[in-house]
Each structure stands twice: as C-alpha cells, then as structure tokens.
Design a protein around this ligand. Structure first.
Ligand code: ATP
Ligand code: MG
Length: 562
C-alpha cells in the first residue's frame, strides 16, 4: 500500500530520534526545539535538505518546533541573495509537511550580538576569557605547540577594558582577539584557548556598522542555541570535536535554563556530485553551469527546477536514514525514489524527442481519428484522453533501424511494429535525400489491428510512441546527464576536470497537442522516454521542458557494458 504523497516511512527511527523520545519520556524536556543553522554564503544543496528534513522531521514527529537561524557571524562573506534563496528553499521543502512546526524564521545569529557580547564580558569577569595581542599566525603557532602565550594571565580589569575598546573600534583588524581560557595542553585542539571574538571593521548585512568585533562560530552557535531554548542541537560529524568546547562554554557561564546538547550525524555524500558550497560556487562562477539553479546542480533550487518535488526529496532524506558513520550514497537511490513517486502520480503523454516522419500510405489523407489513451495505468482514477491519429506521423528516429541489430523489435524495413494506442504498421519503403539520409518512412497499417479492436490481439513484439504530424506542438526539451563523469569527482585531482561535457542536450520535440496546457505543478511521463517538468523559461505559446529523470537507470547499463 502506498499513500498518495509520501512513500517514506511515516516515522523513521534512528539514534537521534531515540534520544529525543527518551528525553521526552523521562521529562528532561517538555517540548523539544531543534534548529537549522545555514551560513548564508551560497545556495542550499541536497545535503542541507537531509539536515532540514531531520530537524523539521523531529519537530514534526515529536510536537516540537524547529528554528531557522542564519549563521551570519562573518560579515564579509554573506549576501542577502543567499538569505532569500535559503528561506525560499526551506519553505518549499517543508511546505504542507512541517510548516506549522517552524519557529523563528528567519532568525539571525546577529540578532543576538548584544547578548553574546554580554556573555563574553561575563566569561572575562569569571576569568574564563582574556584579550590576546598575538597575531593570527602566532596564535595558530602557539595553539599547535600547545604553548601558553604572554597575555594569558592578564588581570580581569585590563581584559574588560581592552574588550570594551575592541568593541568601540579602537584597534585595527587582527590586532587583538578575545580567547577562551581553557587548556593550552589539551589533546583536543579546540580546547587550546580558542578565539571567541575577532576585530573586523566591516559592514554587516543585518547590523550595519554597529559592530567592530564579530563572534566566532563556536561561541555564537553554542550561545545562540541556548538563547533560543534549543534542546537538541544536531550537526554533522565534523563538529564532534567541537562538542567539548560547546559544553565548556555552556558550563562556564551561569545559565539558569536547561542547556542544549549537541548530537552529530554523518553528512550526506552523493556519487557523481560535489557537495560543498565553495565548489558549487566555482561551477557557477567558472560558467560550467548556468547558475545556482541549473537543473544539473545538486542545489535544492537546481533539483526543483529540474522537476524534483519537495515530497520526493523528503522521501529520499527519510529513506537514506541517519547514522554516525560517514558513507557515500549512490545517486541512483535519489533517482529511484523520485521515479517511484512519479510512476504513481504522473500523467502519461506522447512526445517524440528526435522525430522522423512516417506516412501511412493506406490511411486516407483527410481522416483524423481521436484515439483513447490511458492517462496513468497505475492510477485508474486518472482516466483517459483523446489523441489525434492521421496519415502523417512522427516517430522517434531511434525506433527505426535500416540495418537492425539482432533482436531489434522496433521498426525496420519490411518489419512490423505497433503504434501505441493505435495500429500495427509495416515499413514498406525508406525515402532518402541525396546525401543518403533517411527523411521519410512509407508504411502501411493493418487497419484491423487497432488497439481495442477485433484483431487487436495479434501478437507483435514492439510497441513505439508517435504523434500526429499535423497536430504536434513543438517544445524545447532539455535532456540532462550527470554533471560529472566519475562517481567521486572530489576524490582526487581537480573536480572541475571531471565535468561531463555532454551533460546537457537540447532538442526540439514534437508533442501531443494536450501538452499545450501543460501544468507547471505536474510531472509528465513521456511514454518510453522519462519524466518531464515545465521549465520557468516557458512562456505562453513557448514550451520549455526539462527531463527530470529517465524511465530506467540507463547509466547502470552503461557501466555494465564497459
Ligand atoms: P558546505 O560545506 O556545503 O558549505 P556547510 O556545513 O558549511 O556546508 P552550513 O550552511 O554551515 O553549510 O550548513 C547548515 C547545516 O546543514 C549544518 O547544520 C550542516 O551540518 C548541515 N549540512 C551541510 N552539509 C550537509 C550534508 N552534506 N549532509 C547533511 N547535513 C549537512
Ligand atoms: Mg559552514
């Protein structure tokens, strides 16, 4: 049994959900609160979708809320374009699914700059932080060597004074930092007096010129979690080594409310994909793709434009599950999930991507038949539609072979094939131009063999799709292949050298007339060809479609052949 919108399990189970369930059961928390904390320095990708589905999924399943919080502690790198795209993508992904569990959206770490500064002052007062005058290079070197610096034991009053003057903008960039006073000999580098604040004379997109010092990620993130009342702060494995610092910061302040706890899970890695904003940005700025929302990109905006649905991405995120072990997910899993959904939900249509004309010589010139075509064999409720049949048709050029390979069940000279929903035809003559190219096939139909007719049961191996030439409408169809030619473009060398030069092909297709009113909300199965979605480049009278995905995993076959 499948449900209409979701083919993922209703409530997945994993180690994080087990912890949340137990925390609610034991009364440790009354209501849970998670968060999704993107840094607005690029567009979200499918890895972020995994994190969004986890955090919002937990809020949804356990009656809690999930905040979106822009991790905007770095004034130089962030842009409002990214904030807008992030909000749009998150809302698209959780719409009608976990929308009512959205807490603050968007919140900004910068909303808390005032409170964070007060916490910094409190740390200094308690002797848990100090102002350090070493250069960034010296700081790194001392931390590497595990050596205490000369400013570590500054008196508290001096630290407070210097911190206030850092804030007031008295010192140039890089002149001083505020550092946590933890343990310079700790085996965990993150505990070797990490920097909490640095001086940056830079304008910030949210706070303007109010601040001359900016908090570092760990400090801002931990205390923002506390300020927002986050109960479960879920992040990817690389932050496991930061957890002792997370806990130290919380323990070093007098915080009256329940403390958040950090949990780590393995990030999503996908084959034939790169998954870092920096690398995706390079693809965009080097012109290797047509923008962040290029349908070949693993960005949420690219996948959406390609035709993937929010429910499909959510199913994928649920199907792959949450673990603590780094792994590589085969992109075929994503494709399979999406195909399953579309197979259930997509109306079928006839379209020919690379047309060749055929003439049915024994079919009267002016005659048009409206033939019954089933909209979706997986969904009896989807009904049927009429498609026009006439003397001149287009078929797929790949469905004809003049010198066919063995077991070729499509059209060949002297051979027969069934036209879907219509007649069996036989190829009588191949018409060529002077250069020897096939320009037309002259065929005869068995007029008794119509689908559903008296002799329709006549057995014939091949069935092909077609459209009536006089009725066909044209569409620009963009066919996509994988953006990279190797499964792990990140593994070694320059990932950009593995970009697939043939990842986009544009054809002018001939489509059945009903596609004139194609609905951008629908995904159409072009029979035998794949699933297609309208591209936003479409205009009234100009159809542009993206092939979201092929019907079968043609790539797996290719790999086998090699
Ligand atoms: P990138 O390296 O792609 O820039 P990031 O981790 O720096 O990613 P952030 O904007 O900081 O990007 O991430 C926001 C949230 O999304 C974080 O909680 C992060 O752990 C999570 N996240 C990022 N990439 C993945 C991924 N591949 N799989 C799962 N979660 C991810
Ligand atoms: Mg980051």
């Amino acid at each position: 049994m499948t449900t209409p919108n979701e083919n993922a399990p209703a409530a997945p189970s994993d180690f994080i959900r087990d912890i949340v369930a137990e925390d609610l059961r034991s009364g440790k928390h009354e209501k849970i609160c998670t968060r999704f904390p993107p840094e607005p320095n690029g567009y979200l990708h499918i890895g972020h979708a995994k994190s969004i589905c986890l955090n919002f999924g937990i809020a949804r399943e356990f009656g809690g809320i999930c905040n979106i919080r822009m991790d905007d502690t770095n004034p130089a790198k962030e842009e409002t374009e990214y904030i807008d795209s992030i909000m749009f993508d998150v809302k698209w992904l959780i719409d009608e699914w976990a929308n009512e569990h959205l807490g603050r959206a968007p919140g900004y770490a910068s909303d808390y700059f005032g409170q964070l500064y007060d916490y910094a002052v409190e740390l200094v007062r308690k002797g848990n932080a100090y102002v350090c005058d070493m250069t960034p290079e010296e700081t790194d070197e001392y931390r590497r060597l595990g050596k205490e610096g000369p400013f570590r034991n500054r008196p508290s009053e001096e630290n407070l004074d210097l911190l206030a003057r850092m804030k007031a903008g008295e010192f140039p960039d890089g002149a001083r930092t505020l550092r946590a006073k933890i343990d310079m000999s700790a085996p965990n580098m993150w505990l070797r007096d990490p920097v909490l604040y640095r001086i940056r004379h830079a304008e910030h997109h949210q706070t303007g010129n109010a601040w001359r010092i900016y908090p570092m990620y760990d400090f801002a993130h931990t205390l923002s979690d506390y300020i927002e009342g986050i109960t479960h702060s879920i992040c990817t494995l690389e932050f496991e080594v930061h957890r002792p610092l997370y806990d130290w910061l919380l323990a070093s302040l007098d915080l009256p409310r329940p403390l958040p706890h950090q949990y780590e899970f393995a990030r999503l890695n996908l084959t034939y994909t790169v998954m870092s904003k920096r690398k995706l940005m390079e693809l965009v700025s080097d012109g290797l793709v047509n923008g962040w929302d290029d349908p070949r990109m693993p960005t949420i905006s690219g996948l959406r434009r390609r035709g993937m649905t929010a429910s499909g991405l959510r199913s994928f995120a649920y199907n792959i599950g949450i673990t603590k072990y780094p792994s590589m997910t085969d992109v075929a899993v994503l494709e399979h999930t999406v195909r399953e959904e579309f197979n259930r939900t997509s109306p079928r249509r006839l379209a020919v991507l690379r047309p060749i004309k055929i003439v049915i010589t024994n079919y009267p010139g002016g005659q048009i038949e409206e033939l019954e075509a089933v909209n979706n064999p997986e969904d009896p409720g989807a009904g049927s539609r009429k498609i026009p049949f006439s003397r001149e048709l287009f078929i797929e050029s790949a469905d004809f072979a003049e010198t066919p390979p063995p077991k070729y069940f499509r059209l060949k000279p002297g051979g027969e094939v069934r036209l879907k929903y219509a007649y069996i035809i036989k190829c009588d003559e191949v018409v060529k131009d002077d250069a020897g190219n096939v320009i037309e096939l002259r065929c005869s139909a068995d007029l008794e063999s119509k689908t559903g007719g008296a002799t329709s049961r006549r057995k014939i191996k091949g069935t092909i799709h077609w459209v009536s030439a006089a009725h066909a409408i044209e569409a620009e169809v963009r066919l996509y292949d994988r953006l990279f030619t190797v499964p792990e473009p990140d593994a070694d060398g320059d990932f950009k050298s593995f970009v697939n030069p043939n990842s986009l092909e544009v054809v002018t297709a001939k489509c059945e007339p009903s596609l004139k009113d194609a609905d951008p909300a629908l995904r159409y199965q072009f029979e035998r060809l794949g699933y297609f979605a309208l591209d936003p480049d479409s205009q009234p009278g100009v159809l542009v479609l993206n092939r979201t995905i092929t019907l079968k995993d043609t790539w797996a076959k290719e790999v086998k052949k090699r």
